[in-house]
Write a protein that binds this ligand. Sequence first.
Ligand code: AKG
Ligand code: FE2
Length: 280
Amino acid sequence: MDRIAYEQDYLFDLRGYLILDQALAATELAEINHWIDNRPVDAALGSWQGDVEVHTYSGNEGLNYQNIIEAGGVFERLIDHPSWLPLVERWMVNDYNKVSLNEAFLNVRRSGGFIGLHSGGHVSAPIMTVRNPNTGAWNVGQINVLIALTDIGPGDGCTVVVPGSHKSAVMHPELLDSPDNSTYRSDRHAGGSLGAIEVHLKAGQAVLFTDAISHGATARINSGSRRVAIYRYSPHAVASRYNYLPSPELLARLTPRQRAIVQPVAPRCAPGRQQTMGAA
Ligand SMILES: O=C(O)CCC(=O)C(=O)O
Ligand SMILES: [Fe+2]
């Protein structure tokens, strides 16, 4: 292994995140921003732009263009972009894990938008693993690649991370006060959280992080909007190993509880679309 790769391994292990310089070229940024510029300003949540859904998680974090790989062009290239895929593979792929795209979307955050602090090493979930506890081998359950499409600085509603918190068995104190007693996410903006740093990025830079790190976003106080692309990767088994599609007959027979186990996430596509078969 060369020296640069060794240093990346060290820093990613130590801190749980890594900044990638010039992850996207100016032409790629321009293509993405052009796509966003051409969206209707009044697109309703839940509406579809072709096969891209206009979405929000909770309303607070801003507007998401989900399933963005369906927008083609640059968005397809990002699936296996050379700026980050080799890193994702190094930390995720082994004899048992292939990489799968867990989620891909653009987020546009206007004034007031934020994300509460969430995750942390205390959470027991497959996407929160980083290493095999017995062997120490890499076994990262989810890697998020968040790419700045505009410069992101103070007041912009930027990402915050708590360096090293993927290794903390102790829940972040911010979660002590979460109104619904969630041990996963706080409802308050993540600015000023204990031990957290703001991740300021130039357009084209990316922050790559394990989903196990405690992270969130400050409230945007500036005018205008923050634009990022987020591509998340997980071992394929975290989603579905062979993606067998349950027959309609089976689904009709199952109890709601059984169905939730056989098909935890219902298929989602634009109205009128049929399920199509991909490569084996
Ligand atoms: O919007 C942000 O800055 C944080 C996004 C986030 O929480 C994530 O990508 O998992
Ligand atoms: Fe997150």
